[in-house]
Write a protein that binds this ligand. Structure first.
Ligand SMILES: [Fe+2]
Ligand SMILES: [Fe+2]
Length: 218
């Protein structure tokens, strides 16, 4: 395969991501992702969030010294700090609701562990960015929107954490993944590995979400 132009390459990645999103959205109701919220379900959702935020930071941090540009190193460091901040905000909210902030962190679902082990083992920052930040992290604002709407009437404080902090920060770092991929995933081999990473990452993410919903308290 010849190297694609940066625009065509990003389109190839986002086409795959969007096709996966369509498939996942069609299946979400079948495994109860949209069922009415109870205090236990809200708590579990926050506990899942702790793992997602903290792991996004942990798998990204080791790549800071590998980015060739100081400016991007700074932005990636801010991204890492933001995700850790989100994890600690969620942990605090769980404690206020009398839950165990680290229950899923200490005993992750097998599928959740597979997702993050995969990301920790990727061989380049381009593959990581294709799969995490340009891949399933793009779904976060979408699934959060539905969660915020449902949680608002029951627990406005949790709704506000998602809307005013987590999503607000998310919007501030969405540009980083396409920028890094455009600059550095320029040869055919890297582009092919990025696409493969995104495909596997979406697949593992879908399985983790499904397993999370299936193990939800009734
Ligand atoms: Fe976050
Ligand atoms: Fe994020």
């Amino acid at each position: 395969m010849e190297a694609l132009s940066p625009e065509d390459f990003l389109k190839r990645l986002s086409d795959h991501r969007e096709a996966f999103w369509e498939k996942m959205t069609a299946e979400r109701k079948s495994y109860g992702a949209e069922k009415p919220l109870s205090p236990e379900i809200i708590l579990r959702r926050l506990q899942f969030g702790v793992v997602m935020e903290r792991k996004a930071a942990e798998v990204s941090a080791p790549w800071v010294p590998h980015l060739p540009e100081l400016e991007l190193q700074h932005c990636l460091s801010e991204y890492v700090a933001n995700e850790l901040k989100h994890a600690s905000i969620l942990r605090k909210r769980i404690a206020e609701l009398n839950g165990d902030p680290d229950v899923l962190w200490k005993n992750p679902l097998a599928e959740l562990k597979q997702l993050w082990d995969f990301h920790a083992a990727l061989g380049s920052f381009c593959e990581l960015f294709a799969s995490v930040q340009y891949g399933h992290e793009e779904f976060f604002p979408r699934t959060s929107k539905s969660f915020i709407e449902r949680v608002e009437p029951i627990d406005p404080q949790t709704a506000s954490i998602y809307r005013d902090t987590l999503l607000a920060d998310e919007a501030g770092h969405e540009w980083l993944a396409p920028e890094i991929l455009k600059r550095y995933a320029t040869n055919a081999g890297t582009q092919a590995r990025c696409l493969e990473a995104l495909q596997t990452g979406c697949e593992l993410f879908g399985r983790a979400i499904q397993s999370f919903n299936r193990t939800m308290p009734a």
